[in-house]
Design a protein around this ligand. Structure first.
Ligand code: ZN
Length: 215
């Protein structure tokens, strides 16, 4: 059976849980309004999602194709620069819901975590976020570290899935990471930059996070 599937058919079978799809669409709605999201969904030919976001459960029902098509369409509608700004903001907004929805599932106790030293908190935080994607979705994240900073390496990235781009385009991931680090560090800012992207022909989407806060 599997042998009969073409490569693109197999690729289409990568998923986010419904809950993650719902969170991203809800966050986008907060940034660009329900009409804005509906316009994007219509243009993306994802009419099935108009006023009908995925249910709030962990079933794997939101495809990487849907996710990346939505991100691509934001760029088409608002231009590369405008789309980037909106995707960054949507990513930051996504954190609020991700925290509320996944903290209880992960069993992290806020207070115990918050009293740790900053450097340790950042490391543990990134570890927990990576595990969340690895455990609940088909997105694969591994962590690294070099002289530039901490590395957030995405191996199966839903944001740029089957897209091509001249520059790294996984802005929503940047916004989400920025906001999560803001939470972990209680308001410090870190430099978060995507230096490699599958859509530009790289092996992975690689995001560098400065080890020290910039503010
Ligand atoms: Zn990507």
């Amino acid at each position: 059976m599997n042998e009969e599937l073409t490569v693109s058919e197999v690729k289409k079978k990568l998923y986010y849980p419904n809950k993650m799809g719902r969170i991203v669409l809800t966050a986008m709605e907060n940034i660009m309004g329900r009409h804005g999201v509906n316009a994007i969904l219509n243009l993306a030919q994802l009419n099935n999602l108009v006023d009908n976001y995925p249910p709030n459960n962990l079933d794997l029902g939101f495809t990487f194709n849907e996710f990346s098509t939505i991100q691509q369409t934001i760029e088409e509608m608002y231009g590369v620069r405008g789309g980037r700004g909106l995707a960054l903001r949507a990513g930051r907004e996504t954190w609020k819901y991700a925290l509320k929805e996944f903290m209880p599932v992960l069993g992290i106790t806020d207070l115990a975590f918050r009293t740790l030293p900053l450097g340790i908190k950042i490391k543990i935080g990134l570890e927990v976020f990576a595990q969340t994607f690895n455990r609940f979705s088909d997105q694969r994240v591994r962590l690294g570290e070099d002289e530039r900073g901490y590395l957030w390496i995405i191996e199966q990235c839903p944001i740029c899935w089957e897209r091509t781009s001249e520059a790294p385009c996984c802005h929503l991931a940047i916004g989400l990471l920025e906001q999560s680090l803001d939470w972990v560090s209680r308001g410090r800012r870190f430099l978060v930059q995507e230096v490699e992207c599958v859509a530009t022909g790289d092996e992975t989407c690689t995001i560098i996070i400065s080890k020290k806060p910039i503010i």
